[in-house]
Design a protein around this ligand. Structure first.
Ligand code: COA
Length: 168
């Protein structure tokens, strides 16, 4: 199965809603994507296309870390969604890997995810790296990744989820 990824285009928005709604079985994540986009927090939105059909989506958005020494920029990876009939065939992994590569290329240094502890470590996310970061979601599911080696060295502070995450 050939999986092509590309940046979100204006004509994709309704399909991105559908992918999120069907993957999660509810509207919350689709609403989160729309709110992050309309409020200017989106840094990268990628869709995965298989045989001309949009089947997956991943979003990276601005997530500041407030520290004693000032603000450190990071990115939230959330949500990632694959249509149920296309799950477990590598679509999510490809979106996440290529998304992280693209974020690194465009100069971002840190990514943070709240997700399954069995899934995200394969991409380099680690709960240990996130330990110095306070968050309303602290725990094993709260993980961080250095897009640039050492980017989290000495970074201790509070992750400030922007208002669109308020419903989660
Ligand atoms: C989670 C999700 C994005 C993964 O994408 P995918 O294309 O199905 O996954 P891949 O084919 O790249 O990887 C398969 C691996 O993901 C694991 N996986 C699939 N869904 C998972 C989930 N909800 N939680 C944890 N792991 C999951 C599989 O067990 C498999 O693990 P293995 O490689 O150790 O056997 C996709 O299954 C999905 O949309 N699920 C529903 C929505 C969701 O839970 N999103 C994540 C939270 S933001």
């Amino acid at each position: 199965m050939e999986i092509v990824t590309r940046a979100e285009q204006p004509g994709d928005l309704e399909l991105i809603r559908t992918i999120n709604r069907r993957a999660f079985g509810q509207d919350d994540e689709a609403n989160l994507v729309d709110a992050l986009r309309s409020q200017g927090y989106v840094r990268l939105s990628l869709v995965a296309v298989v045989a001309g059909q949009n089947v997956g989506h991943v979003l990276f958005s601005a997530l500041p870390i407030e520290t004693d020494r000032g603000r450190v920029d990071s990115l939230a990876l959330a949500p990632v969604a694959v249509l149920p009939e296309f799950q477990n065939q590598g679509v999510g992994s490809k979106l996440i890997r290529l998304g992280l590569d693209e974020c690194r290329r465009s100069g971002h240094r840190i990514a943070i995810v709240l997700g399954h502890p069995a899934y995200y470590p394969r991409f380099g996310f680690s709960p240990e790296l996130a330990l110095p970061l306070d968050s309303p979601y602290a725990g094993d599911s709260f993980m961080a990744l250095e897009l640039v080696p050492g980017a989290l060295n000495g970074v201790k502070g509070r992750v400030e989820y922007p208002p669109p995450f308020g419903g989660f």
